[in-house]
Design a protein around this ligand. Sequence first.
Ligand SMILES: [Zn+2]
Length: 279
Amino acid sequence: MTVRSSASTPRVTTAALTRTAATTSPPVTAPAAPLKKGDAGPKVKQLQDALVKLGYLTKEAAASGPGTYGVKTEAAVKKFQTDKKLSVDGAYGAKTQAALAKALSGTTPTTPPTKFTKPAVISAPSPNYDERNGTAIDAIILHHTASNDGKADLSWLRNPQSKVSANYMIDRDGKVYQLVSDEKRAWHAGVSELRGVPTDMNARSIGIEIVNDGSGKTAFTEAQYKSITQLVGYLKQEYKVPMENILGHKDVAVPKGRKDDPASNFDWKRVRSGITKPS
Ligand SMILES: [Zn+2]
């Protein structure tokens, strides 16, 4: 779906403006198996890059022994195997390789050519952002605004005093506002982790606020689902974001339970199936 601009809306920008080399990184793929503790070399480095991308290994840990399969890499592999219900031996065998490749799906060089186009966005710049400092985008975080008043939400997200923002806001009518360009670090996730590993989620993710009061009783609108699907589908494709890194604020907020968005009635299944194929 495309959001039409009306006379009352400001300029509409295009996807081209947000494409920069700074946020595009080489594809991360699963290396050939087997690998085990004590191994070293570029394949181990490739495995570590994949584990960092999926949140199982911190960048710092990967950098401390680049290309060497040590205790930290082994621990990360074990955690991954536990999550994937594989036998947990800490070694990178064929089954772990297959699971890793699947988890990274959308990140392989065999990704089909562009299918989703960026929805038209209404430019509504917010001053509440800073730099990603070279961190590549590999996650998308969805929020609800905790109100049904898109106009007020937009104003708050653009108010320098609020110190909060998101890259995008999707109003009740499905209109998509761009508040912070993709290459900048919007302030939406706060203290955060990815699958239990502390991380600067704002630096590595695109934040999307959806106008909804979060009561669990207010339906997300059809127009919102259409826009969300197109926007997230586009961003996933553009930045090669693994499906597993498309999450809600509640999934990454620290401490656990600090946030509950998006609300319980948000239809994740619909969005996840929608972004596997263009509408
Ligand atoms: Zn939130």
